[in-house]
Design a protein around this ligand. Structure first.
Ligand code: DGJ
Length: 734
């Protein structure tokens, strides 16, 4: 159940389901204050009302003479700056007369069944209105003529609250919005730490955990994309929180552009955290009668540690973010020719790859970069999305048909947002590049970014890609994006609207993604941005999986996939077995560990199968058979992180099927030890009353495995080793 209760007398709003409560109230002078977010409260009496007392130097309201009620200290829901609260604001505006103030007071509320879609932005969805309820609280500043609608959706079956904000100008003059966060959460003084996912190309979503000290810490991307460097997510955890115990407040943003997650500890130890579009480079002119819609933020509460937070995020993403045919369909095992050939391929090479992949049992062949225009290296042809018949004499159709004749599906790579200087597109439309008058156009990977805020650019991309998609039988598209944004200026917008370009780029991108995914619902789309540079909930609203990282090294992938799993389910992570020495780290690992790591995601291969020995081919056939046997468990099961590669030589993770009948335990060892510790691993999530067989050998009770565990023995000999334990429930219930 989910319910939203409003108590007229105390002016308290209480949103709750079986797991969580979120409480806010309308305070004196119609200030909207935060009260509580956390484990469910069955009877809220109003006891947590913010105490009234005077703090030296704190501000007081102009309307009252006493000094014991201040904006400076109160816990707010959607704070502004400039009239008494000096902490980081949720919203900042500039009125036409230069006044940079907003005094938001409570006006009214609405309670809705279900959840309204967001205006022009991707957001979570319901399959039935019973799955959630939404509270909309309207705040107003009648001097600035600004109304703010705060949306809170509480889900029936998940410890999740989604928030978003609509800002409306109901006056006669323009308003400049300089900041509009999606969510802000004030909390009383508590000793929390903050967890975030940071990294770089090839090392995305590494987990960091820091203590919180007085002041402001901002985690952010200013690169125009959600970025390799900082994923749009933070969590507050208690000092004692582990994977399996302790409170966690997770916050993630459904957005693919510049974002910021902030945390402030104020002078009295109170906390303010929030997230939204980054303020850097952002401003928005809100014309009379227009609205600005913020992206959606997703807040998850767990009282049983990070694993439980991740389970909630995973269920939420699988049920309310990912959509379309492949939401519940098992994903094809693919082979991608990128690391096998890079740009150096022709029909013959491709046919050979298809032939030997088909023999291995691979189900989908993906033709990566290099099939179009004059693209023989990364200096040219982006934007010229027509096939290169000199390079591929059979043409795309011929290759697609060839793959089909071998019982394989066919997939194709695009990088729709980009343009090369040496391209027909640039020769015809130099004005379509994102660039600023008087400045050079900064290169990255020898390429520039198209100005997606322009409709003519978006129409070109639709039309040129349609030509291929309508004429070639394509089952899969990899949508790549290989640089960040610079010279963010658009020719078609007036000077005073240039602060809108970053966000308009993202809106343009979403329009394109919406167009292609709606028009071609049979195609499996995989997001990509130089690997995992745009791994976010915005992309996942269109594409059910994302290429997790360009780094395919099994050992590096342990951390990348472990970190990614904090928020994103296994069903969203593309993971490939590649050749050794690995192309990114030059490390040599055995095929077994490469297979085990890639099988912990949406399995694919990224190597030249014609170069494999017979033994390697046999091993890959076995890997594929194993994956197919357990594919449903891996794609849809419950994933537990048991031992972290960030802190240990060993990594352990576990998949348990929803019906608790099967489980797979993956055990990885980085370096061999002369005198290894004898490890006991405990297995959560099984039926405590059932018996389980491990590797067809030993029978254990479900509660025995959870509490006593079993010895990880014999030891793994050698560096970079993996072992997968198959756990099956016996039909006899104890
Ligand atoms: C970056 C991607 O992440 C790679 O997998 C590959 O598609 C290259 N781009 C191609 O240019």
């Amino acid at each position: 159940m989910s319910e939203i209760i409003f108590d007229e007398k105390s002016k308290v709003f209480h949103l709750r389901n079986n797991e969580i409560s979120y409480i806010l109230c309308v305070e004196e002078l119609n200030i909207l204050a935060h009260v509580y977010f956390g484990e469910r409260i069955s009877n809220y009496s109003g006891g947590l009302k913010y105490p009234r007392f005077e703090r030296s130097f704190s501000t007081n309201f102009s309307e009252i003479s006493h000094r014991n009620y201040s904006r400076d200290t109160l816990l707010h829901e959607y704070p502004t700056i400039g009239n008494g609260d000096f902490r980081i604001p949720a919203i900042e505006v500039e009125q036409e007369n230069g006044v940079a103030l907003l005094d938001l007071r409570y006006e009214r509320y609405e309670i809705l069944d279900g959840k309204p879609a967001l205006n022009g932005l991707p957001s979570s969805y319901l399959t039935n209105d019973d799955q959630a309820k939404t509270l909309v609280i309207y705040l107003k500043d009648d001097c600035a003529k600004v109304e703010v609608g705060l949306n809170y959706t509480i889900f029936r079956d998940l410890a999740v609250i989604c928030r978003s904000v609509i800002v409306k100008n109901y006056g006669q003059s323009n308003i400049r919005l300089n900041r509009a966060m999606s969510a802000c959460l004030d909390m009383p003084h508590t000793e929390f730490e903050v967890v975030d996912l940071n990294g770089s190309w090839g090392a995305e979503r590494q987990i960091s955990r820091h203590s919180i000290s007085p002041g402001i810490k901002i985690f952010s991307s200013t690169r125009g994309t959600s970025s390799h460097q900082q994923n749009p997510f933070i969590a507050l955890v208690e000092k004692s929180t582990t994977e399996n115990q302790g409170q966690v407040y997770g916050m993630a943003l459904v957005y693919s552009g510049n974002h910021e997650e902030f945390i402030e500890q104020d002078q009295y130890g109170q906390l303010r955290l929030g997230c939204g579009i980054a303020s850097y480079g952002f401003s928005w002119i809100l014309e009379p009668d227009n609205v600005f819609q913020t992206p959606e933020s997703v807040m998850v509460y767990s009282r049983k540690g990070l694993n439980e937070m991740s389970h909630t995020f995973h269920d939420f993403v699988n049920q309310h973010i990912v959509r379309g045919k492949y939401q519940s369909k098992l994903r094809p095992i693919l082979i991608n020719n990128w690391e096998a050939t890079y740009f150096d391929f022709d029909d013959e090479k491709i046919k050979e790859i298809i032939d030997s992949s088909a023999e291995l049992g691979i189900e989908l062949f993906v033709l990566d970069d290099g099939w179009f225009g004059q693209r023989s290296n990364d200096r040219q042809a982006l934007g010229d999305w027509f096939e290169n018949k000199k390079k591929l004499k059979m043409g795309l159709n011929g290759i697609s048909q060839y793959a089909k004749s071998k019982n394989m599906m066919f997939g194709l790579w695009f990088e729709p947002e980009m343009i090369s200087e040496n391209s027909d597109l640039y020769r015809n439309h130099p004005e379509w590049v994102l660039s600023a008058p008087g400045y050079g156009k900064t290169f990255s990977r020898n390429q520039w970014v198209l100005d997606l805020s322009r409709q003519d650019v978006r129409e070109y991309i639709k039309q040129i890609m349609d030509q291929t998609l309508e004429n070639v039988s394509i089952d899969y598209i990899k949508w790549d994006m290989n640089r960040y944004l610079t010279e963010v200026y658009s020719d078609l917008l007036p000077t005073y609207k240039q602060g809108e370009v970053y966000h308009r780029y993202v809106l343009g991108l979403y329009e394109l993604m919406e167009y292609f995914t709606k028009k071609y619902p049979e195609i499996l789309f995989e997001g990509c941005s130089g690997g995992g540079g745009r791994f976010d909930l915005g992309v996942l609203c269109y594409m059910p999986q994302i290429w997790t990282s360009d780094n395919t090294d099994a050992i590096a992938r342990l951390k990348i996939q472990y970190g990614t799993s904090l928020v994103y389910p296994i069903s969203t992570m593309g993971a490939h077995v590649s050749a050794v020495p690995n192309h990114q780290t030059h490390r040599i690992t055995n095929l077994a560990i490469r297979g085990a790591v890639a099988s912990s995601g949406m399995l694919g291969y990224e190597l030249n199968p014609t170069e494999l020995s017979n033994e390697e081919k046999e091993e890959i056939r076995t890997q594929i058979a194993f994956y197919k046997k357990y594919q449903q468990l891996i794609q849809e099961g419950i994933f537990y992180r048991l031992r972290s590669p960030f802190e240990n030589n060993e990594t352990i993770w576990l998949f348990v099927s929803r019906d608790q009948r099967k489980a797979l335990l993956f055990y990885f060892q980085k370096m061999a030890q002369a005198a290894p510790k004898l490890d006991v691993v405990k297995i959560p999530g099984l039926n405590p009353n059932a018996k389980y067989l491990i590797d067809d050998k030993v029978i254990y009770g479900g509660d025995e495995l959870a509490r006593c565990g079993f010895y990880l023995f014999p030891f793994l000999n050698g560096d970079y080793m993996a072992k997968v334990f198959e756990i099956q429930q016996l039909d006899t219930i104890l």
